[in-house]
Structure formats: C-alpha cells, structure tokens
Ligand binder design. Structure first.
Ligand SMILES: Nc1ncnc2c1ncn2[C@@H]1O[C@H](COP(=O)(O)OP(=O)(O)OP(=O)(O)O)[C@@H](O)[C@H]1O
Length: 670
C-alpha cells in the first residue's frame, strides 16, 4: 500500500523511474518495489499477453448496441440495485469533473454517470456504456486490474500500462455476490491531476453498500440476522449479515459476516444457527419478533458474543402464514357489506391496520400490550404513514374507547394559538378571546385520549407548561385561577428525531421522558410489504365497502415500486381521485385514472421513480389524404378509435395513450 503522506509529485517521479526501469531496462516487476506491487504485477501480465505500452491507442472499440443490450439484460439484477448507489456516489463527486462507472465482471461498462469534460471526445466514448476495460485489452487500469486482482485498486496517471491512458486517475472496487462470484466493478475515473486520496475509500464503501443491497435482495424471503461484536456497528456497513431458513440452516453470509465469524464460503452449507451461536434458534426468533428493533446479545459457540437484530420477511410472519394472501388484481371483492374490509365500517381498528407488514405488525403487537395501562405512547414515523390512525386504533381498543379521542396537531396551528387550544381560557382572558371562553383540548379529552401530533414542533415555553400538566395532572386555563383535574391517556407522534432535538435543546429532556413510555416506529410506505392490502383498505374506506372495484396489475406494480414521498396520505389521495374518476359502470382502476401530479411529484429518493403512464397501443389510421394537417390526422385517429371502442371514452383514451380528461378536451374542440 502506498504511503498516504507521499506527495503526488513524488509518486509521479517514482512511477516514471519505474517505467524506465521496467520498460526500457527490463527490470523484473519485483525489483520495482517500493513501486506499487499491484501495478508492477499488472504490467508483467500485460507484457505476457503481448500488449505494447507505447501503442498510440489501445485500439479497442465499444461493443455494438445489441451486444450492450444483451449484456445489460444479463446484468439486470445488478443494474436495478446499483442505480441508487451510482446516483448517490455521483452526488459525492459531482463538481470534480469525474465519472462514475459500473462495469460487468468482464470490464464492459454497463452504465456511466457524470460529465467526462476532462477528456477528449474520443476518450469520452471510452468511458461510456459499451466501452471495454478488461486488463488484457486495455492494459493496467483500475477496472480491469481490480477484476484481475479481485480487490479494490487505484491506478494513477502513468501507472496505466498504455502511455495514452496516463491522463487518467481511476479507483475501482469489485462487487461480489453472496456466493463470492464477481458480479461487476464500481469505478470513479477523472483527470490524473485532480487525483484525490479518499476516492478509493469512497468507491470501496459504495461497493460494500451495493453488495449489502444485493445480498438482502437475494435473501429477501429468508430470515436475516444482522450482527457485530460492537453494538454501535449493527446497522453500519461493517455489520455481518447471515441468512437462515425457517429451520435455522445457514443459507448465506455476506463478506463481513465471513470475516467476523472466520468462516469460508465452503463451510456455509454445513452450518446452522446452533453451531454458530450458543442459543436455540426458535428462542432467538421469538424474542426478536416480540421486539424487532431491540438488539439481542448472542453468545457465540467459539468466541466472543455479538449483538444481533433479526429481520423476518412478512411471508414468514405467523399472521401472514395463516391468512390467505391478498388477491393479486381483484382488490375489493366486496360487492356487499358482508365481505367488506376491516377498514370499511368507519371505525379504525388494529385489525384494519395489521395487513401483513412485519414492522407494522410488530408495532401493533407492542402497542396492544400497553392497552389500558395509561403508559404514554410515542409514535414515530414519516409524515403520512398513518400515525394518527394508529393512535385512534390504540384508543379504540382500550377501556377509554367510549370517551373522546381529541387530536391536536402542534405543527398545523400558529404558535400563539397552541397555548389556548391546549389549555383553554376563560371568557375575556385576552383580546379576541371568545366571550364564553374555550375548553382546551386537554380538558376536552378528559376520561379519553389526548393525541398530540407533531409534538416535536411544540414551542419550548409550552413544553414546560405541558410537562407541569402531565406531572401535576391538573390544568389551569388562561385567565383562570382554579386548576382543573385532568385524566387523559396521552399519545404523541412526531416525524422528527426527538433524541436529536433533545441534544440540540429544541426539546426538553424531562418532557421527552414523560411522553416516551413506549415508542413504536411506523414504517414508511415504500418499506412496506403489504401495499396491495393497503390499496384494498383505502378503496373500502372510499367506497364504504359498497363497490366492487379492481385495480389493474400495472397500477399495483407501479404502486409497489413508487417511492411514495407522501406515504399513505399520498396514496389515499391518488386513489380517492381514481375512484371519483370512475364512471358508474366502470369497475377497474388503471393508470389513466391516476392523477397526473403523481408522476410529476418529485421523489426524495435516490432511486428513479417508475412511471405508469398510459400505454398507447398501435393505431392503424387510414393513409394520409393529400396535405392533411396534424390536427386533422389526430381528429381522424380519435374518431376511428372511439368507433372501434364502441364509444367507450376510457378505453379509447387508454388506446390513444392520453388521459380521459385530455380526450374530453380534444373532443370538445372537434
Ligand atoms: N392502513 C391504512 N389503510 C388505509 N388508509 C390509511 C392507512 N393508514 C393511513 N391511512 C390514510 O393515510 C392518511 C394519513 O394518515 P395519518 O393522518 O394517520 O398519518 P400521519 O402519520 O398521522 O400523518 P402526519 O404525520 O402528516 O400527521 C389518512 O388519509 C389515512 O386515512
């Protein structure tokens, strides 16, 4: 490894000296030490396959478009998981004029991202999809040499075998699948003058992240155990991940797991949970299911103990195993009230919310154990994930269900009104106050549940007052001297990180402990595995369980892949619009019923948003008649398709690839 304190100039001089010794004086590679051994060995390999360092160009053409398409198809699994990582990596190097490259296991570039302004047009081609960087073709280079060496490699300037590549600096890390097979290479290439020492580390970490994603996708249907001897490393890139089947047999281990447990891949198939850890697999699974976020301390059979967290796929959860899977396309098979969804009767219940997602199921189980105990519940989760619905369901299963459920959103009302809303006031307490006074939310909730949404947004001075109310169990309305006793069960929610808010002083620590009796975290919609069941719930709510509405497979697949920045609220709005757009005789929601904003909505994700645009089908319009205008041709196409579809506007719009509204607009002009 290179001494990090060496200057770039010093390195250049050493490399030039090494080139002279190796190429002109015939010195053997091992005599070039302390030249980078990896590079010297690569030079030797290049000589052996007959490459000539002084050749004017490597003379390697990119593969043809159809060859590239084929290779990309073969690598679809890698590509689909790599896109987010590539964009994220590109964000890190955006203004450095470098490119991020993903190649397959043979060094063929599958995807390149970034502007290669630092190189000539000809060389730009060499960094784009279709270009080949195998070492045997292009001499020493980071991608090809990382493949040959099967480890991360950096090749700077004149370390490249061919003189013509000396303007480049490249850092590459191989990507291995769960079986240890090389899948591809991640690389950053740029101008050698702007070589940055930390680039290789960045590439290596990104490759590790990608391997982790690939592992989790490959074993997504198995029980995953994430572990590390140090508690704080669980959840980091350094954590080990093991995949077990339901019987506790070991199916796979990521690279970190192999290193941490000192195992080789050949040993995997002969091992099971009990041979690795001094604990019964069933006991570990049960304990982890009771509290999926908790870390278990697991004693190893031979070695130190580790901290572990388990992930159980929804399909293996006990509830999901006994319940029949939701029908794939027919969503709300409920023409009559008898077969309606658990969500359609106007009451929110945990039954209605527990639709097969493991994390949601675990949150419901935890909260259910607190019912009736008057322990404050804190619900965490992004905006729109259903925190208020969860709070309402918690209230509705408890002994206070016949008393009021009163909600106050601390972020939705102006700061100066929160105080009077919460504590109430007597008539004439302040200018603008109602003559008859106002009973604050705390008092309104008496005997029932007070739900404080977005508690993280409560101003500090009011936090102190609320704390006093919770401690003393009395509230004093503004302008009133007499404290009134309060008896409420408290449920709070926030999308903020309250621990951080406590650290920065934005949230009082003492109040945090008061509101945080039990914390549950609700998953974002994009993480949920029961999207189809939620769709069914929403349709049942929207139609009051009275209509038999199906959703097309295309829309359901889109819903499952979309990132849902606005979570269930956004999906609810989209489906509300879709249901409203259906004609009375229509019973299928397809992409033409989805609001256009859904596709225009910016996703905050690092992955591209898939679009379920209406898919136009081929329309054979009669040949042009003389010099027809575009408008006339369009008019003829619309008339023809409408006729072919028997006047059904929805079907015609679908075939034309436009929304129904657009078709109505065009018809209005005809
Ligand atoms: N499981 C579900 N099935 C059907 N609809 C749901 C479900 N969960 C939530 N919703 C719907 O999603 C929308 C948002 O829910 P809710 O207000 O409970 O979210 P929230 O997390 O409290 O949002 P915020 O943090 O913005 O206040 C509501 O329209 C609700 O009806």
């Amino acid at each position: 490894m290179e001494n990090p304190l060496q200057s770039v100039e010093h390195r250049d001089v050493r490399v030039r000296d090494a080139r002279t010794a190796f190429f002109e004086q015939g010195a053997p590679a091992d005599a070039l030490v302390p030249m980078v051994g990896t590079v010297a060995n690569s030079w030797s390999r290049c000589i052996q396959v007959g490459l000539e360092a002084s050749a004017r160009s490597a003379g390697v053409d990119p593969v043809t478009d159809s060859q590239l398409r084929e290779t990309r198809d073969r690598n679809a699994f890698l590509l689909s998981h790599a896109r987010g990582v590539l964009s994220h990596l590109y964000e890190q190097i955006r203004s450095t004029g470098s490119v991020v490259i993903l190649s397959d296991g043979n060094g063929l570039v599958l995807e390149g991202m970034g502007d290669a302004d630092f190189v000539s047009r000809a060389d730009q081609v060499a960094l784009k999809a279709g270009a080949q960087w195998a070492e045997g073709l292009r001499g020493t280079n980071a991608i090809g040499t990382a493949i040959a060496e099967q480890r991360p490699v950096e090749v700077v300037g004149a370390e490249h075998f061919f003189d013509c590549n000396a303007f480049l600096t490249c850092s590459a890390s191989p990507i291995f699948d769960a079986g240890g097979q090389l899948m591809g290479v991640l690389d950053i290439s740029g101008d050698s003058r702007s070589h940055e020492r930390h680039t290789l580390g960045l590439v290596r970490m990104s490759a590790q992240l990608l391997e982790k994603r690939l592992f989790e996708a490959e074993f997504g249907r198995e029980i995953l155990v994430f572990f590390h001897p140090r508690m704080e490393y669980v959840g980091s890139l350094q954590e080990g991940v093991l995949a077990f089947n339901q019987g506790g047999e070991l199916l796979g281990a990521n690279r970190c797991a192999l290193e941490l447990l000192k195992l080789t891949r050949n040993m995997l198939r002969q091992l099971d949970f009990g041979l690795l850890f001094d604990q019964n697999f069933g006991v570990f699974v049960d304990r982890s299911m009771r509290d999926p976020h908790a870390l278990s301390s697991l004693p190893r059979r031979h070695g130190e103990r580790v901290y572990a967290r388990m992930n159980m796929p929804a399909a293996l959860m006990p509830a999901a195993r006994s319940a029949p899977p939701p029908a794939p396309t027919k969503i709300a098979a409920a023409p009559a009230r008898t077969s309606k969804s658990a969500c359609s009767d106007g009451r929110v219940s945990f039954d209605c919310l527990d639709t097969g997602d493991a994390r949601m199921g675990a949150a419901i189980q935890r909260a259910t154990r607190m019912v009736g105990k008057d322990i404050p519940l804190l619900i965490l989760g992004e905006s729109g994930v259903g925190k208020e619905m969860f709070a309402k369901a918690f209230h509705d299963v408890g002994p206070r269900r016949s008393a009021p459920f009163v909600a106050l959103n601390c972020a939705a009302i102006p700061e100066n009104l929160i105080e009077s809303e919460l504590f109430g006031y007597l008539g004439g307490a302040f200018t603008g106050a109602r003559k008859e006074g106002y009973t604050g939310k705390i008092q309104q909730a008496c005997g029932g549940t007070l739900f404080l949404d977005e508690i993280g947004d409560m101003p500090l001075n009011l936090q102190a007052r609320l704390l006093r109310v919770l401690q003393d169990r009395v509230v004093t309305p503004l302008g009133g001297a007499k404290p009134v006793p309060v008896d409420v069960s408290l449920v709070c929610a926030t999308h903020r990180n309250l621990v951080d808010a406590v650290k920065t002083g934005a949230f009082r620590q003492d109040l945090y402990y008061r509101v945080n009796g039990l914390t549950v975290t609700l998953p974002s919609l994009r993480e949920r595995t029961d999207i189809r069941a939620i769709v069914a719930n929403i349709i049942a709510i929207e139609t009051d369980g009275m209509r038999d509405i199906a959703v097309s497979e295309e829309v359901l697949t889109f819903f499952e892949r979309y990132r849902w920045p606005g979570n269930i609220r956004q999906m609810h709005n989209a489906l509300r619009v879709a249901v409203a757009l259906l004609d009375d005789d229509e019973d299928l929601i397809d992409s033409t019923h989805l609001p256009e904003e859904l596709f225009a909505m910016e996703s905050d994700s690092d992955e591209p948003v898939e679009r379920a645009e209406p898919r136009p089908r081929r329309i054979d319009v009669a040949p042009l008649q003389g010099a027809e205008s575009l408008e006339t041709i369009e008019k003829r196409a619309i008339e023809q398709v409408l006729e072919e579809e028997g006047g059904n506007v929805s079907a015609a719009a679908r075939r034309l690839g436009i929304s129904r509204n657009t078709l109505y607009r065009k018809l209005g002009r005809m």
